[in-house]
Design a protein around this ligand. Structure first.
Ligand code: MN
Length: 243
């Protein structure tokens, strides 16, 4: 199995190396990752300028750095490696739960794989204030991956791990609350500025991704590319037939 490993934290991230080491137990690994951090870049692609794809040693792994986004890395990685089987994205230094999926570069890299017909799996863990003990987390990452990797019924999967997991849960995306928040402040010269950040969300619904991680479970959420609201569409075609 050919496994491309990427992320949005950049090619020097400790989470990326942990995921590559786990992946090397499951198949042949190649790393293609952004040369600088690209967190919260979502599914942006670089179309206004050409991209570089340059080799860079990361332990014993064949690795390349790209001066672009996570989605760019997957596009270039699949271009340079024919018949790639799966893209793993992460381990992100920070959870990607609920509405964070929309902003996440980590999830978007996995989604880019899925758009190209390749299975995409995003893997995230808490990054702040405490970073995971990656050696301890690795076996949980491996267990989660073995449950989904190579399964054609799961083209796009979002995995989130708590720092000390109890086990695995299948979950749905929690979307009831939005955690984005704009915080005003002043720069050192007294000029106003604004920081887009997240606020904590509690009391999340059972069986959601956020609920699972808060309760110590590894959350595995199957995602879809087609986000059409089927029930609204059925209702619309029934009640508002177009001429
Ligand atoms: Mn990140």
């Amino acid at each position: 199995m050919k496994i491309l490993v990427t992320n949005d934290d950049g090619i020097y991230s400790p989470g990326l190396l942990c995921l590559a080491r786990v992946a090397s137990k499951l198949g042949e690994v190649r790393i293609v990752a952004p040369d600088v951090e690209q967190s919260s870049m979502g599914h942006a692609v670089t179309s206004g300028r050409p991209l570089k794809y340059r080799p860079l040693a990361r332990e014993s792994f064949e690795a390349y750095r790209v001066d672009g986004t996570p989605a760019d890395c997957v596009a270039l990685g699949s271009f340079h490696w024919e018949h790639m089987d799966v893209v793993l994205s992460g381990i992100n230094l920070g959870l990607n739960l609920g509405n964070a999926i929309w902003h996440s570069g980590t999830v978007s890299a996995a989604r880019q794989a899925s758009l190209l017909g390749i299975q995409g799996i995003a893997v995230s863990a808490p990054g702040d204030p405490e970073e995971p003990d990656y050696d301890a987390l690795a076996s949980h990452v491996e267990t989660a991956l073995r449950n989904v990797i190579g399964d054609p019924a799961l083209p796009l999967v979002n995995i989130n791990l708590p720092l000390r997991p109890n086990g695995l849960r299948w979950t749905r995306q929690s979307v009831r609350h939005y955690d984005g928040r704009v915080v005003p402040g002043k720069d050192p010269r007294g000029r106003p500025h604004y920081w887009f950040t997240v606020r904590p969300i509690e009391e999340t619904e059972e069986d959601t991704d956020r609920w699972a991680v808060e309760n110590g479970w590894v959350s595995i959420t199957p995602l879809r590319l087609d986000i059409t609201d089927e029930s609204l569409l059925a209702n619309a075609t029934a009640t508002h037939p177009l001429d």
